[in-house]
Design a protein around this ligand. Structure first.
Ligand code: FES
Length: 133
């Protein structure tokens, strides 16, 4: 048996042999439209929030609180396929802030459960916002 065969057997025993293939199968795709109109396709692990998925962008979706209560991460859902339904906590905040905008969601709450979602970010972090200018 070659050293490569030994490695593959060990990976098979500890579960790493097909990790790469499994990982790519588990990755989901989401399209984020920035306020500028530029669109980016990002990959995300299942159950990531839209905010978490946006962290790979140069200008991720802006957030304003640690507990999901400010509404600063509002997104407009252009295609909601692939997003879990709003939780009761998110829906309560949406009803308070955006009752007249049924397509709005909170990116820090909206979880990705499948591919195909398309969302428009209302505000993003930029170098100017992080510098405070
Ligand atoms: S960051 Fe405050 S509600 Fe999402």
């Amino acid at each position: 048996m070659t050293p490569w065969g030994i490695r593959n057997r060990i990976k098979g025993i500890v579960g790493g042999a097909d990790k790469k293939a499994t990982r790519s199968d588990d990755e989901l795709t989401l399209t984020i439209v920035l306020p500028t109109g530029k669109e980016y396709s990002v990959k995300a692990e299942p159950r990531y929030t839209v905010v978490m998925a946006s962290q790979t962008l140069e200008t991720p979706i802006a957030t304003g609180c640690p507990d999901g209560g400010c509404g600063g991460c509002t997104i407009d859902v252009l295609d909601g396929s692939g997003l879990a339904a709003a939780t009761a906590a998110e829906q309560k905040l949406l009803d308070e802030k955006w009752k007249e905008k049924p397509t709005f969601r909170l990116a820090c709450h909206a979880r990705i459960i499948g591919s195909g979602a398309r969302v428009k970010a209302m505000s993003v972090w930029t170098m100017d916002t992080t510098r405070g200018t």
